[in-house]
Design a binder for this molecule. Structure first.
Ligand code: CDP
Length: 784
């Protein structure tokens, strides 16, 4: 068989996304596209109050609506021991409220009806008598003397405190602060934001009364983990549960948690014996599903008189909402926030964190970041820029002086991380070069002399992605490894099945490229499947940019296993000794005899037709990969803004983003991921906000209030790249999906802070809206 002359679509090729063909012609297969015979529809009744005792629930008017099959309340769920469920952080969460409601939008009851319209009509007729209680909407209120107690359901819970957690070394940090010549501090709030995926959450639960098999189609980023949680919570045998995640229209962390809707729909299908579909509306998604951030942080940076960083001290209060449901490894109470020392060679650091219950929806998801790394990156990068301003130093120079040197990797950080590789100076220098930093500084000096406000913002972030190692990272005790199963068919075409689940990241393209690279089978000959727990090998799913570092590694490893088997087959076909064969892409050949070779396709055919004696037939395998360490992508982002003194309006003139995610599998997809992240970062910095009034009413529950960016307002991005491979990853790749959202908010805000620095304004809170800037300018006497 001749080697395919077409491009292979191996690593480094910007081949087009193979999945887009079906999306572009409207042939995607999303949850709401599914219609099952006899399917019922579920709509949830939600609390209008943030905190209230439920005195009674009357479902009679709703039940009388034609087409209504059942109205489910917490009382009914309690009869089946399903009124409460465990959260991903080991707490409990109400499925349907029985005693109290604890946030606006909490699930109280559900209508199951023949049609969606009947369920919609009936849900408004459920009569709940509430006794309204005082609401707690931030950690400060949560810890105040006499604050209303939110978790009255938890025995021994006397206040609203959830956890205290520490990392680093207090004594060495205090000692370093004692000898510092300069201490710079920043108290800031990383506001609550929401992933707001284009497709909301939902499921179709189909419990077959004849076989007992529960098939649950759902918008889950982690179908296997959900299957195991369902088996444990509902007591169903795990082989009788099949979770299918079809095409998913964006997840960004929002589709990791188990939501009450999934549990109620499954229980309803089990009890009624018909499939039950539940699909959220936009407001339901925004007010009740996994939010992100909401960290109140204070950071202090100790420096010597040369601007050398000596130590970092950080405290944070986390606003967790009514149930501690953060989706994160169980060992780390504040996620991976303690990566807060960032890109800097800090000899000492101490981080303390306290979590609080409030009357807000639970969540704490890894919204386009590794668990809580966005908050950490924001804090350290804002602090460093503030330090440069206070020391009168150039902000690039202060960073360069304190970066972890390239020859110090693997680097052991003061809070316990081992960074795999990095070259921070290279990324910074490239960003400054692309920006034309020196000319811009000259322009800024001239503008300042004229009283104009122009700012240059930098952020040199470090991410930590690719959980596990499984000994340190787990979800509810399940180790964070991942998997790939590869079958090469007799004709040399292949099927790759993964434990991950793409939500738009292009896995069907990039994972095929890894196989193409390793085996020489063209990427177009490799089908990639994810998301069906009956067929895919067990995996922990896709979030926190873990797919490439973990499942991508599993893919390379399984391909290498098959390559070795193909070598035995090739030796047999060539009547040569295995040791005399050498691999060049797509073929095993005899060393020194270039005309004697067998292609991978030849070997695949022989694996089913002409095997050496004693060799197992077939060419397929599976690999479970438990990474030895996380990977540490990094980069420098640089932003130029002009601030209008009259209106406070901030115009982003330039945005230069230099990223290093190690070896890029598909540069075009990587750039797309970065564009998305930079857009989200821009929105968090300038427009998006979910907030609450004193009564706990959610402000930001629709797209008129929660301002998602469009192409119209998003700035133009100028991208750059450095390549520092991960030494432990089989193909040297690090994750990238999240980095731009992690790195960019600080760069945007630092640019505004830099513009306003001559006026002494440094404490701007996100979102940095025109009216906030306008008020800050007026407070400094700017009247123009
Ligand atoms: O876990 P998730 O897919 O969200 O994030 P990721 O592993 O960072 O990958 C996002 C997309 O970028 C995937 O299609 C990756 O295969 C691709 N990627 C790449 O082509 N090269 C890299 N070095 C990293 C990611």
């Amino acid at each position: 068989m001749a080697v395919d002359a077409k491009p292979h679509g191996g690593i480094g090729e910007s081949i087009k996304r193979r999945e887009d063909g079906r999306f572009l012609v409207g042939r995607g297969n999303y949850l709401d596209d599914h219609q099952l015979p006899g399917m019922l529809h579920m709509v949830i009744h939600r609390s209008p109050h943030a905190h209230a005792r439920i005195k009674s629930i009357d479902t009679s008017r709703a039940a009388a609506v034609p087409g209504v099959i059942a109205v489910v309340t917490g009382e009914l769920m309690a009869q089946h021991n399903l009124a409460w469920m465990p959260t991903l952080s080991g707490d409990t969460q109400a499925v349907l409220a029985t005693d109290k409601v604890r946030f606006q939008g909490q699930e109280v009851a559900a209508v199951i009806a023949e049609t969606r319209a009947a369920a919609d009509d009936a849900v408004g007729l459920i009569d709940v008598d509430y006794e309204v209680l005082g609401a707690v909407v931030n950690p400060e209120q949560a810890k105040a003397q006499g604050a209303p107690l939110i978790r009255t359901d938890k025995e021994g819970q006397k206040d609203n405190h959830i956890y205290h957690w520490e990392s680093g070394d207090q004594a060495s940090t205090e000692a370093a602060f004692a000898r510092a010549s300069k201490v710079v501090s920043l108290t800031t709030h990383y506001p609550r934001s929401h992933p707001a995926p284009m497709e909301t959450c939902g499921c179709i639960a189909d419990v077959n009364p004849a076989t007992g098999k529960a098939t649950i189609y759902m918008t889950s980023q982690a179908p296997h983990a959900i299957r195991t949680v369902f088996a444990l919570v509902a007591g169903l045998p795990e082989q009788n549960i099949r979770v299918v995640s079809p095409d998913i229209g964006g997840g960004f962390g929002n589709k990791v948690p188990v939501y009450p809707g999934y549990v109620v729909a499954t229980a309803a299908s089990l009890l009624i014996g018909r499939p039950v579909k539940w699909v959220e509306e936009r407001t339901e998604n925004l007010i009740s599903t996994g939010f992100a951030r909401d960290f109140h942080m204070t950071g202090e940076l100790a420096l010597d008189d040369q601007g050398k960083m000596l130590a970092l001290r950080v405290h944070l209060d986390s606003d967790n909402g009514a149930f501690f449901a953060d989706a994160q490894p169980s060992k780390f109470k504040a996620g991976l926030f303690h990566i807060v020392t960032g890109s800097y060679d800090l000899p000492a650091a101490h981080v303390t964190a306290d979590g609080y219950y409030t009357n807000k929806a639970p969540g704490g998801v890894a919204y386009r970041c590794s668990f809580r790394v966005t908050e950490a990156s924001y804090l350290i990068e804002r602090l460093v820029t503030n330090a440069a301003i206070e020391l009168g130093m150039d902000q690039a120079e202060l960073r360069r002086r304190n970066f972890i040197p390239a020859d110090k990797f693997p680097y052991h950080s003061a809070t316990g991380w081992v960074y795999d590789s990095g070259d921070y100076v290279r990324a910074l220098d490239l960003a400054l070069e692309k920006l034309g930093y020196e000319q811009l500084l000259a322009e800024q000096r001239e503008k300042r002399a004229r009283g104009e406000l122009m700012g240059i913002g930098l952020a040199s972030f470090t991410e930590v992605v690719g959980a596990g190692h499984g000994a340190d990272f787990d979800i509810l005790g399940i180790r964070m490894f991942d998997s790939a199963e590869l079958r090469v068919h007799p004709t040399g075409k292949a099927l790759l099945r993964m434990g991950t689940k793409s939500q738009g990241q292009g896995h069907e393209t990039t994972f095929a490229q890894i196989v193409a690279e390793e085996l020489g089978i063209p990427a177009s000959d490799i089908a990639v499947e994810e998301g069906d727990t009956d067929t895919a090998p067990y995996g922990l799913g896709t979030y926190a940019s873990r797919s490439t570092p973990v499942a991508g590694a599993a893919t390379a490893m399984v391909a290498r296993k098959l390559r070795e088997k193909a070598r035995k087959i090739a030796a047999h076909l060539l009547e040569a000794d295995e040791a005399d064969l050498e691999w060049t892409r797509g073929k095993w050949g005899v060393k020194g005899s270039p005309e004697r070779f067998k292609t991978i396709q030849d070997c695949a055919f022989a694996a089913y037709t002409n095997l050496p004696e004693g060799l197992e037939p077939g060419l397929e395998g599976v690999h479970y990969y438990d990474p030895p360490n996380m990977t540490y992508p990094f980069g420098t982002y640089a932003v130029v803004v002009d601030v209008d003194k009259g209106t406070g309006q901030v115009k982003v003139r330039r945005m230069v983003a230099v990223d290093d995610c190690g070896v890029r599998i598909n540069p075009m997809i990587v750039e797309g991921q970065i564009h998305g992240g930079l857009t989200e970062g821009w929105a968090i910095a300038f427009t998006e906000l979910i907030t609450f009034d004193d009564d706990g009413n959610c402000i930001g529950s629709n797209f008129m209030e929660y301002l998602l960016p469009t192409a119209w307002e998003t700035p133009k991005f100028e991208l750059g790249e450095t390549v520092t491979p991960s030494p432990h990853h089989p193909i040297g790749a690090k994750g990238v999906g999240e980095s731009a959202t992690v790195g960019s908010p600080a760069a945007y805000v630092n640019a505004v802070v830099d513009a306003l620095a001559p006026l002494g304004i440094r404490n701007l809170e996100m979102p940095v809206t025109s009216d906030k800037v306008w008020a800050a300018l007026r407070s400094k006497g700017v009247t123009e």
